[in-house]
Ligand binder design. Structure first.
Ligand code: GCB
Length: 601
């Protein structure tokens, strides 16, 4: 095989610069004209990425498809999708086949479909998420790449899609990388694959791609935001209608298809007690789109969080995207209903969706059920703080998260990171993220789950320098689990260097559901129950506490938990077991939150 030096350099150059962080995300996909591509996809496990790299480890432009046209009986082709096994989409691959439980690498997915495109429309293929890195091809042509396992992306296929025999191929690779977000060391299972839904979206030639419609920061009656069209007919007249509030406002987009909007309205405010959602219609001359949007304000004053101008204590719980009573990643509306239903049963008005953006059903369901949401990007533990591409990647994941969920009233907090070690490069990295979040969404609060430090006299201090950039301080602590035994909680008093609200964003300990012993026996439900009792006694004495989200609603899979017969690759800190059974500590927390709820009324 002959490859010239120049083309080698060129290919390498293209490969190194091949992470396009494009921002053309289509939002509110549920209210658009779509065709589902969910279901069975043919798949090829390709540990060595033979379908992508040649024998010199040079990437080929079209993956497997370099030979696709010359496919005849004499051609040497070492793959065959038609004879391959299938996987369900949406769904992680690890839980679908035993041999894939620990798999980290590439799997090729293929879906064939026919498609009758209506005249004067454009078509996009949309992925709810794919973990971690994806390259997408349609009919042998590369559409693009995406990096990041928990946010949506789409590619336009108007010119490539045909009436018959389309074949969509996706290379999904979940190899962990030191420079990625998250990095090689995380606390959860690295579920790979097309983990969320895939669909075709058909839109008019110029369509309403994105919009931001929320109450202006600090106001209870001024709605403000913007609308972004996509297409050639950029300058259009647009109306925003909220019939129940007698709103009908008209705006004109500029040459970029963009317009800022602002108007006053008499609105019923959204809150956990009254999760009121308005039907909104946005009409352009070429498109019309509906959404259900709630209106509320969120601010801080000293150590208080104010919802609609009134102090609120966040009675929360942390949640991983672990499907209830299952070994799989959660992805469906039913999963969201069950997980958030359990949170309601616990008397929560708040959930921390850890440690990455969860599927869209979660904030949508939270909007309906009246649950406030903390949403986070996987900047977890030890990221390569000085790597420029790592920062770009984090910024991109942050942007995609905010783009998708910025119209959800339930979402009040954007979290930049979890338990990251303090240092100049890290502080700078997180500051850049916080600035981006503020510029994309001036209405919400910024936070991060940080760590405490110690002072003489058993004082615990929340003084992370990143604290000066956030609105709300998150703090994780494991007193009574990683640090001594539960009665250690009696020793401490808490202090913070900032006059800001504090959420204890994690505390807890492990218990194997159904294992009973005395309260001194680790892994018993009684130990965990006692730990929660002691924690609550300590937390009740923190004057600046604005919320808690203990770790965690349910047991979840993780390769870091190795203890045979107790952990077996599960983190057992759930208040509910992997079988869906509530542990004793669940009821401790439920009673505590009930008491708080009653004192609120
Ligand atoms: C933490 C992490 C969380 C872990 C938890 C634990 O501090 O933020 O991801 O799962 O501790 O169980 O130790």
């Amino acid at each position: 095989m002959k490859v010239s030096k120049i083309s080698c350099v060129l290919v390498l150059f293209i490969a190194l610069n091949a992470y396009p962080f494009e921002q053309n995300l289509i939002i509110n996909v549920d209210h658009r004209s779509t065709v589902s591509l969910n279901g069975k996809w043919q798949t090829i496990i390709d540990l060595y990425e033979a379908g992508y790299y040649d024998y010199r480890y040079l990437p080929s432009k079209n993956g497997f498809f370099k030979n696709a046209k010359a496919r005849n009986k004499t051609e040497l082709i070492e793959y065959d999708f038609d004879k391959s096994e299938v996987l369900n989409v949406p769904g992680d691959w690890n839980s679908q086949r035993e041999k894939l439980l620990f798999y980290e690498g590439t799997i090729w997915y293929k879906k064939s479909f026919d498609y009758q495109r209506r005249p004067d429309t454009r078509v996009f293929v949309y992925f709810g998420a794919a973990n971690y890195h994806s390259i997408v091809y349609l009919n042998g042509q590369k559409l693009g790449e995406h990096e990041g396992g928990f946010t949506p992306f789409n590619f336009e296929i108007t010119k490539v899609v045909r009436e018959k025999n389309n074949f969509l191929i996706v290379k999904v690779d979940n190899k962990r990388r030191r420079d990625a977000i998250p990095t090689v060391n995380t606390g959860w299972w690295n579920y790979g694959g097309l983990t969320r839904r895939v669909k075709l979206i058909e839109v008019p030639e110029t369509f309403i791609r994105d919009y931001f419609i929320q109450l202006k920061r600090g106001s209870l009656k001024t709605v403000a935001g913007w609308i972004q069209l996509d297409g050639n007919q950029a300058e259009q007249t647009i109306t925003v209608e909220i019939p129940e509030a007698n709103v009908k406002q008209t705006f004109n987009t500029n040459a970029d298809g963009y317009v800022e909007i602002e108007f006053d309205a008499e609105l019923q405010l959204w809150s956990p007690d009254n999760p009121y959602l308005y039907d909104i219609t946005i009409k352009s001359q070429t498109d019309e789109l509906h959404d259900s949007i709630g209106f509320r304000s969120i601010e801080t004053k000293g150590s208080k969080i104010l919802l609609n101008g009134k102090p609120i204590f966040l009675r929360g719980i942390s949640i991983h995207e672990q499907a209830p009573k299952s070994q799989a990643r959660a992805h469906s509306k039913d999963h969201a209903e069950t997980l958030l239903g359990w949170a309601k049963e616990l008397n929560c008005n708040f959930v921390r969706l850890a440690h990455y953006p969860h599927n869209e059903y979660m904030p949508r369901t939270a909007d309906r059920l009246g649950i406030l949401v903390w949403s986070e990007i996987p900047v977890y533990w030890t990221i390569l703080w000085e790597n420029e591409n790592t920062l770009k990647n984090a910024l991109n994941q942050l942007t995609e998260m905010i783009t998708r969920d910025k119209n959800r009233a339930s979402v009040i907090l954007w979290s930049m990171a979890n338990e990251t070690p303090v240092g100049d490069a890290r502080n700078e990295f997180l500051k850049t993220l916080a600035e981006r979040a503020k510029s994309l969404d001036p209405t919400r609060l910024i936070t991060a789950a940080m760590e405490k430090s110690y002072e003489r006299g058993n004082k615990l201090v929340i003084g992370d320098p990143f604290g000066s950039y956030v609105d709300v301080l998150g703090c994780n602590e494991y007193i009574g689990w990683y640090e001594g035994r539960p009665n250690r909680c009696d020793l401490y008093t808490w202090k913070t260097t900032y006059d800001k609200p504090v959420i204890i964003s994690e505390f807890g300990g492990g218990a194997l559901g159904g294992f009973h012993a005395d309260k001194d026996t680790r892994w018993s439900e009684e130990y965990q129950e006692y730990l929660y009792e002691k924690q609550i006694q300590m937390l009740e004495k923190i004057p600046f506490l604005a919320g808690t989200s203990p770790w965690i609603l349910t047991d979840f899979r993780t390769p870091r938990r190795l203890l045979p017969r107790i952990q077996d690759y599960w983190n057992r800190k759930g208040l509910i077991s992997d079988k869906g059974k509530k542990k004793k500590a669940f009821y401790v927390m439920q009673r505590f939150y009930k008491k708080l709820k009653l004192t609120e009324q």
